[in-house]
Design a protein around this ligand. Structure first.
Ligand SMILES: NC(=O)c1ccc[n+]([C@@H]2O[C@H](COP(=O)([O-])OP(=O)(O)OC[C@H]3O[C@@H](n4cnc5c(N)ncnc54)[C@H](OP(=O)(O)O)[C@@H]3O)[C@@H](O)[C@H]2O)c1
Length: 369
């Protein structure tokens, strides 16, 4: 049984882990608190950026000699491998901690085994404390590791009658400034923001994070089969890196000399590009979380490919009566095929409602697509 001090410290470790969101990919977010032998907080830390020290190393450094005989609370099983930094299992052993409690096991073949190494060194090891909370903060990374493709969060804004734009294609702004600011939070936590060429042409979106300090800008990704994006498009500026996904036969000469802009050639699927191929490409580039920002056609293709892990809908108390629906064809033709979701959160943002939901049946694994 964990003590109250240990449970409190693990809750703090989860909060510390969250500070790394948006900065650590391809690594997970991790938080760590060290309690001294008397159960008092001796040090804390979190993984701040890929390539930098792991959470345990920061916390051990802060704790110094007070770690000896103490307890380490870590949100993820300490790693057992030498990557850009040394194994955390060895750092904990060298510091002389007596106990390690971690919340979630490391699912990767490369890093797992830390618990066994610690136990073999005579350290008391226990797993599972506040596992749900620790899973939640690391949901994108854990999903990416388990599925072998980035975690995909589909975000949309709609009127109360479910429309994502007016009949003439205009959609600025359906939702309130509070909802739009919240979208910038989602962008800041994502490794990549993805839109289709329809949205590119209709809205000329910028897709970078604005109004937040110290963010790592996400990769801006446009699915643009025929490379129709024109120099001067806002998504091509230098505010963040950009990847234009095009078909194998697309002419990309006009994009060659733009700094920070890359193109990738993907196989076609129907009228567009293959979604699993896009996700595999992004995964290979270290992207672990994708914010899919639409539009309705591309969202339908992602859903049809079983590639949406979470949905965040911003519903505004606005009626349009005509105009495209928030979601276009997702390959569902009869009510028995309807994609059922579980609502996990409903929050008021100014006049709007933010509804968060996850598919009740998990999306198939990448190799099944
Ligand atoms: N309210 C919201 O949350 C929101 C968000 C975004 C957009 N919008 C609105 O939605 C409208 C644009 O949406 P849209 O549905 O026309 O376009 P879209 O979903 O942004 O883009 C669709 C286009 O993406 C390209 N594409 C590439 N691979 C694809 C694939 N596998 N599946 C589907 N498409 C693929 C296709 O064009 P190519 O083959 O030519 O590349 C396709 O026509 C605008 O009115 C915009 O204002 C609203």
């Amino acid at each position: 049984m964990a003590t109250a001090a240990e449970a409190h410290a693990m809750r703090r470790a989860v909060a510390l882990a969250a500070r790394g969101l948006g900065h650590t990919s391809p690594n997970p977010v991790v938080g760590c608190v060290i309690l001294d032998a008397g159960g008092r907080v001796a040090g804390e830390g979190w993984h701040q950026r890929a390539g930098g020290p792991h959470a345990e190393v920061h916390a051990l450094h802060a704790a110094g000699e007070r770690a000896r005989g103490g307890t380490a609370l870590v949100t993820l099983e300490p790693c057992d491998h030498t990557g850009r930094t040394g194994p955390c299992s060895q750092a904990l052993i060298s510091a002389g901690v007596a106990r390690v409690r971690y919340a979630v096991a490391d699912p990767t073949a490369q890093a797992r085994g830390g618990a066994a190494t610690l136990a073999a060194a005579g350290i008391e090891v226990a797993a599972g404390l506040l596992a749900q909370e620790a899973e939640a903060v690391n949901e994108p990374w854990l999903t990416a590791m388990r599925r072998g493709r980035p975690f995909v969060l589909w975000k949309y804004a709609a009127t109360l009658d479910g429309r994502s734009a007016a009949a003439d294609g205009t959609s600025r702004w359906i939702t309130s400034p509070a909802s739009r600011a919240d979208v910038h939070r989602l962008r800041a936590e994502a490794d990549a923001v993805v839109v289709g060429s329809g949205t590119l042409r209709a809205d000329d979106p910028h897709l970078a994070v604005r109004g937040r300090e110290g963010v790592t800008q996400p990769l801006r990704v446009v699915l643009d089969t025929r490379a129709t994006v024109k120099p001067g498009a806002r998504v091509l500026d230098d505010a963040a890196p950009t990847l234009i996904a095009v078909a194998e036969d697309a002419d990309t000469a006009h994009l060659r000399r733009l700094p920070g802009v890359r193109t990738v050639r993907l196989p076609r699927a129907g009228t567009g590009l293959q979604i699993p191929a896009l996700l595999a490409e992004l995964h290979g580039r270290g992207v672990r979380s994708v914010l899919l920002e639409g539009g309705p056609t591309l969202a339908g293709a992602f859903l049809a490919a079983g590639a949406v892990d979470k949905v965040v809908g911003y519903l505004a108390p606005v009626l349009l009566g005509a105009g495209p629906a928030a979601l276009a064809d997702a390959g569902i033709t009869t009510i028995t095929q309807a994609l059922r979701l579980e609502t996990t959160d409903v929050t008021r943002l100014g006049p709007d409602l933010r509804v968060t939901a996850t598919p009740t049946a998990p999306a198939p694994l990448a190799e099944e697509n």
